[in-house]
Design a protein around this ligand. Structure first.
Ligand SMILES: Nc1ncnc2c1ncn2[C@@H]1O[C@H](COP(=O)(O)OP(=O)(O)OP(=O)(O)O)[C@@H](O)[C@H]1O
Length: 251
């Protein structure tokens, strides 16, 4: 097991945001987490990457405890996070954004003496090819389409070569074509990395849910199962799929 979570809880001002009895993830598993707004999905990823401190529980990643560690330490352990909000530098080229990500990974001190080597250049090209941005390396990031910006964000996480990637709503705001490409990209990345994806778009979930889907409701685990198990579960329909916020077009 790559990730094992037990009795993980966190409250904000007395309100339970997360009360997760258990969650297990295999190496190179692609897990989708769904659930209504406020279910605790982002909070869960925030705890896994060290952005939010848990009140109680256990999180073991690759045999090491995660809770109490800093974000930098957790990134070094092999957990990479892509947030929903874009965080690329719009005035830099795609290449320079990726180069900067490389420098940041190496730490501020090392980056002062950092010279791009052929190895780094090759790695940037390799990752750009993977995410479909090989022809855009010289382009200013601010001029990319919304989908391309998201792929650049994913590329920046891939550059860290994390064992586990945490990805928050990658398809939000994308065209149908971009969404489908993103799904293909995630399925391809799952051959080398474990991935946890939070998503509301059920058509996209259907495309990428080759393994288990986890349903959270009000901070708790409602159920885990295949896409079809989840789609046909009356509790999931009542608490989530029947609601207006779920993107069910063409579904
Ligand atoms: N920093 C915070 N301070 C106070 N309350 C918070 C904080 N972060 C999350 N919450 C609360 O915790 C609960 C879980 O929120 P969270 O954002 O994890 O849900 P979510 O499932 O990701 O929802 P969405 O689908 O809308 O993104 C909500 O009630 C939210 O208001």
């Amino acid at each position: 097991m790559l990730l094992t979570v037990k009795n993980l809880s966190v409250s904000f001002g007395g309100v339970h945001a997360l009360n997760l009895s258990h969650f297990n993830l295999l190496d190179r598993e692609l897990r989708v987490i769904i659930g209504p707004n406020g279910a605790g999905k982002s909070t869960f990823l925030d705890i896994l990457c060290g952005k939010t401190k848990a009140d109680a529980g256990e999180v073991s990643f690759d045999g090491h405890s995660v809770l109490g560690k800093s974000e930098v330490h957790i990134a070094d352990m092999g957990i990479g996070r892509k947030f929903q909000k874009p965080s690329v530098f719009p005035s830099l080229t795609v290449y320079d954004n990726m180069l900067l990500a490389f420098k940041m990974n190496k730490g501020i001190f090392a980056s002062l003496f950092f010279k791009p080597s052929k190895e780094i250049h090759d790695r940037i090209h390799e990752v750009a090819l993977k995410v479909g941005l090989q022809k855009c390396l010289g382009k200013i990031a601010g001029e990319l389409s919304h989908g391309q910006k998201q792929w650049l964000e994913i590329a920046i996480v891939v550059l860290q070569d994390p064992k586990l990637m945490l990805i928050d709503e990658p398809a939000a705001g994308m065209s149908d074509e971009e969404t489908e490409k993103t799904g293909e990209l995630l399925l391809q990345l799952a051959r080398q990395h474990a991935i946890i994806v939070i998503e509301h778009d059920m058509k996209f979930v259907e495309q990428i849910a080759q393994d288990l889907v986890t349903v959270l409701v009000r901070g708790k685990l409602l159920m885990e199962g295949t896409f079809d198990d989840v789609r046909n579960d009356q509790r999931v329909i009542d608490s989530y799929l029947g609601r207006a916020n779920v993107q069910l077009e063409n579904f």
